[in-house]
Each structure stands twice: as C-alpha cells, then as structure tokens.
Ligand binder design. Structure first.
Ligand code: HEM
Length: 316
C-alpha cells in the first residue's frame, strides 16, 4: 500500500484543527491562532509522554527484567519534557494586550482542564485521584473513565518500588546481605542514614527483613519499601555495577522527570504572572497565586529524595 506524507500524518485533520473562537464570533484576533497552536503542540507531546509512561508501567507487569526496555523510553520522556520547557517561553511574544483581545471569548476553557496533564501527574504519582477529580465538569465520559482507570492503577513510583522489592528478594540475596550492612554502617558513620531511613533502624542486618514502608516528609505518595530504599542507596553508590547501573539510571530519570515537570510548572506560573498579573484565570481560579499553590502541593518521590540525600553524602 502506498501512502503519501499528508495522508500518513492525517494532516488534513491536524492542520484544520486551529479554529479561533474570535473568528467564529466575527472578528479574528491575530494572536489567538498562536495561542491555540502552542496548546495543541503541548497536548501532542503530552500524548507521547503518556504513551511512553503507560508502556513502561505495562513492562513492570509483563517483564521480569523491565528496565532494559524501559530505560530508553524513560529517557525519551525526560528529553521531551526538557524540549517543551523553552516552548513556553514563546509566550513572551504574546503581550497582555494581545491576550486580552480574545481572553474573554475562551472562558471558561483553561489549561487546568487538560486531562492529559492530569494523567501525567497521576501516572508519575505526583497527585492522587481525589485531587484530580476535584473539578471534572469539563471532562467528557471517555476522558473521565480514562482518568479514573489511570488513577486506579499503580503509579510509576509504586511499580518501581514493587519491582525493587522483588529485585531485592530474587537477585542473589547474599550479594546484598554481604555488602549492605557495611554500607549502611558507612552511611551511619557519615551521619546521614537516619535522615533517609528513619531513626528506628537500630540493627542494620534487620533492615533487610523489616517489611515496612518508608514515608518521607508529609507527602502522601512519598512512600517506598525499606528494601527498595536500601537498593536505591546502594545503586547510587555503585552506579557502574551491573545490574545496579540500570536501577540507578531509572531512579535518576524518575527524579529528573519530576524536577523538569516542576520547572515547567514554575515557568508556566511566571509566564502567567507576566501576562495576567494578579488577574483571575479563564478557568475561574486566582491565576498566578493558584498556580504557585499547586506547585507547593506537588508530591515528590522518595527516589528523588534518596538521590538528593546520597549526593549530600558525597559532599560530606
Ligand atoms: C497566555 C498564556 C497562558 C495563560 C495566561 C495561562 C493561564 C493559566 C491559569 C490562570 C491557570 C490556572 C487555572 C485557571 O484559572 O485558568 C492555568 C493552568 C494551566 N495551564 Fe495555562 N496559561 C497559559 C498558557 C498555557 C499553555 C501554552 C499551556 C500548555 C498546555 C498551559 C497549560 C496549563 C495547565 C496544564 C494548567 C494546569 C496547571 C496545574 O494544574 O498545576 N497554559 N493556566
């Protein structure tokens, strides 16, 4: 079958999907087209990110050794997120005056109604389903179902935690039993172990038998099992040792993705402050202040904290 470029990419659909509301109302506002394209390109990238993240989540269920396949996909997610950061900066070419020429026409539509964005937050485990479902009037039934089923699945953080716990128990148990106690002692001597694992760990040998969950700070999702916390710490220390290198690369990418996601939110909030000032958003929130509050309430994963903690240790 022969396919040509336009058909293959369904460009007739993609390139006719820019329909400024101002035009429908009778007078096209020049800058609204740019506003639409910028949102649409973001949504396309969000789609690709979800595609990769969902496939990674499936790998954890179907593969015994998922990381070799999952790693390049995680790297792609990270690179996509990095690539869309500067795209937001394009909004510096949209002045407040230009935005306000069509702003009132588009309300109550708002980026806060992006179900793909909510999906990414859910898959990464940065928010819980209740938070994402707090305002869903704008979602159609299909979107709502997708969101609920995504929220019902384990987040990538949880999947990784389970995998590492399993890894600990199946991968040459002696390997860890022989090395980890002295490593933990080393961490303890550096004065950092308590901050990572909690001060109740007295006997380090016991640490491998305890089947507890470790909670970092108050964030609801910041929980991983003790075993995976230990494996992560050890992987941080032995980044080049197979198969710990894959584990290190994976948790490093989780923490990098979280951090770039947060940067996106921060740049978005800055752009919003420049364009809107302290005026309310089209979605009806307080705008900039609401966005700042959302950033502050974002959970961070335990993996990011472990890497941070380990990097601190190196500096001691
Ligand atoms: C003129 C440019 C923009 C302005 C003034 C703006 C403003 C806002 C405001 C005020 C909110 C809070 C909800 C509300 O009351 O509407 C919001 C949320 C959001 N916007 Fe934008 N935005 C702009 C561009 C973009 C772009 C290009 C995207 C890309 C998809 C985007 C995605 C989002 C997302 C995902 C949220 C939800 C954030 C969260 O829940 O933490 N926005 N935006």
């Amino acid at each position: 079958m022969k396919v040509y470029y336009s058909e293959y990419l369904q460009l007739d659909k993609v390139l006719t999907a820019q329909q400024p509301v101002s035009c429908k109302l009778g007078e096209c506002m020049h800058d609204e087209h740019f506003f639409i394209v910028l949102h649409q390109t973001h949504e396309l990238w969000f789609k690709q990110i979800i595609y990769e993240l969902e496939s990674i989540n499936k790998l954890f269920i179907t593969h015994r050794h998922p990381l070799a396949v999952a790693l390049p996909r995680m790297r792609r997610v990270f690179e996509i997120m990095k690539a869309i950061l500067p795209e937001l900066k394009l909004l510096e070419t949209l002045s407040q005056e230009q935005f306000f020429q069509f702003r009132d026409f588009i309300a109550p539509a708002s980026g806060s109604q992006s179900y793909q964005f909510k999906m990414i937050e859910l898959i990464l485990g940065l928010r819980n389903l209740d938070e994402e479902l707090s305002n869903t009037d704008h979602l159609n039934e299909k979107q709502l179902t997708l969101l609920v089923s995504t929220g019902a699945n384990l987040s990538l953080q949880k999947q990784t935690d389970l995998y590492l716990k399993e890894f600990y128990s199946t991968y040459n148990n002696n390997f860890f039993l022989e090395r980890l106690p002295s490593y933990l002692k080393h961490l303890h001597d550096c004065g950092a172990i308590f901050e990572v694992l909690g001060s109740d760990i007295k006997d380090y040998q016991d640490a491998f038998i305890v089947d507890g969950e470790y909670e970092f700070g108050e964030a609801k999702f910041d929980k991983i099992s003790l075993q995976s916390a230990l494996i992560c710490l050890y992987a941080c220390e032995n980044k080049n040792l197979e198969p710990l290198n894959h584990i290190y690369d994976f948790i490093f990418l989780i923490s990098e993705i979280e951090s770039v996601f947060k940067s996106w939110k921060e740049i978005h909030a800055m752009v919003v402050r420049n364009i809107l000032g302290f005026k309310s958003g089209t979605g009806g929130t307080t705008g900039y202040l609401y966005l700042k509050d959302r950033i502050n309430k974002l959970s961070g994963s335990a993996f990011a904290k472990i890497i941070y903690q380990h990097d601190l240790l190196i500096k001691i």
